[in-house]
Design a protein around this ligand. Structure first.
Ligand code: SAH
Length: 389
């Protein structure tokens, strides 16, 4: 690691690193030396001893994201090895899907990097200055390891503002069609990698689609459906499925997927879920299955209380629509909302709605979005499957 800038951290930061969390906050950095935006830097403790190497951010509150605690070079070979290991892990855990997450940032020891695979194409997010600068190296390694026909950089993510990086979405290698087709769980899906939500579509509920579909029945409502993930998986088990979202573009993709798969009992509807649940409740509409998969209401710890009120409100309204024996699948994708909190607000909502709930399954994100035990942020998605007694 000779010849790279050194950044010195205090005791508190060192303890945090020892506890298995790879971030160092700006307030715990005591000297920045000649470090510049996006550099790989040597991280030095208060006694002057090297503790590893990190990506340096000149603007974020998270100044350092550790890449290694070994005295090794962070070069092309380093990234290629980490990417190869990430890919090997997917071979173990991904079943029946040509779309999956290849790299889940900290969960794959590659902080700041997301790579999703959609069949023959990749869609990546370079979320910090270090990964942004390593973009071409990483794209080159991915080309060698996976040989995709095209790679998209979905760098239109608001967190990049904290890094002083532009928000943009572009093809970085090969050619990418406007609709990329792939199989998932026996369905033929498609995604718009340049403009769709996240890197194209949501991939983190892939295993939960199957789990929820196993319990779904009767008249179903998929609230916050996006491109219809839960709705289309539940369709064979249900009489009808109403799939609701506020994004017209996502709904259009969902309807195209429905038609491509010859599914006839899913209806997509553009609406605000809060308003829709209130009007259905007033009209005493009844359902046998309701899925709630809202966006992250708690973007930070400061908004946690109002987020919990939001979760309680939609769960209360959804529960009012459910018949006896009905299924509620309720999710939270905010890591600030821990499973225990979600269970508590849903329990309160159930008491208020006069329903008794049995827990059928307590689930998390799909395994290709790995969770690191010492990095709580990596466990972000909770999915509870409950039954009304
Ligand atoms: N269930 C989806 C992912 C949902 S992500 C899947 O499996 O693919 C959250 C979705 O909520 C987004 O599609 C967003 O467009 C939608 N959304 C956000 N606020 C909304 C609101 N008030 N009413 C309806 N949809 C909303």
């Amino acid at each position: 690691m000779a010849g790279i800038p050194s950044v010195t951290i205090n005791r508190k930061a060192e303890d945090r690193l020892r506890s298995g969390h790879p971030w160092v906050y700006s307030s715990d950095v005591t000297a920045r030396g000649s470090a510049a935006a996006g550099d790989v830097v040597r991280v030095v403790n208060a006694r002057g001893k090297a503790v590893g190497a990190a990506h340096y951010s000149s603007t974020s509150q998270i100044t350092l994201r550790m890449l290694t605690d070994k005295p090794e070079s962070v070069d092309r070979a380093f990234f290629r090895e980490r990417l190869a290991r990430a890919l090997d892990f997917r071979k173990e855990v991904v079943r029946d899907s040509e779309a999956y997450r290849v790299v889940h940032a900290e969960g794959d020891l590659l902080p700041g990097l997301i790579v999703d695979r959609y069949g023959e194409y990749l869609s990546a997010q370079f979320l910090d200055q270090g990964m942004d600068r390593s973009r071409d190296t990483i794209a080159g390694c991915l080309q060698e390891l996976i040989a995709p026909r095209g790679i998209v950089a979905r760098n239109d993510v608001p967190v990049r503002k904290l890094e002083g990086l532009p928000l943009e979405s572009e093809v970085v290698s090969g050619e990418v069609p406007s609709a990329v087709c792939f199989q998932m769980n026996g369905l033929r899906l498609s995604a718009d990698l340049l403009h769709g939500q996240k890197t194209g579509i949501y991939l983190d509920q892939r295993e939960n689609y199957l789990a929820v579909a196993r319990h779904a029945h009767g008249r179903a409502l998929d609230a916050f459906t996006s491109t219809g993930g839960f709705a289309l998986h539940m369709a064979p088990r249900c009489e009808t499925v109403e799939a609701v979202d506020s994004s017209a573009a996502a709904l259009k993709t969902g309807a195209a997927i429905r038609d491509e798969n010859g599914i006839v009992n899913v209806e997509f509807r553009e609406a605000n879920v809060f308003d829709l649940l209130a009007s259905y409740s007033a009209a005493k509409r009844e359902f046998d299955t309701v899925v709630l998969d809202p966006p992250a209401f708690a973007k930070s710890r400061k908004t946690l209380d109002s987020a919990l009120r939001g979760y309680k409100e939609i769960n209360f309204k959804a529960l009012r629509l459910l018949r006896r024996g009905g299924i509620l699948a309720t999710c939270s994708c905010s890591h600030h909302v821990m499973e225990a909190m979600l269970l508590e607000v849903v329990a309160e909502a159930a008491l208020d709605a006069g329903k008794t709930l049995r827990v059928l399954e307590r689930r998390v994100q799909a395994q290709d979005h790995p969770i690191l035990l010492t990095v709580p942020e990596t466990l972000y998605l909770k999915c509870l499957i409950l039954q009304v007694l």
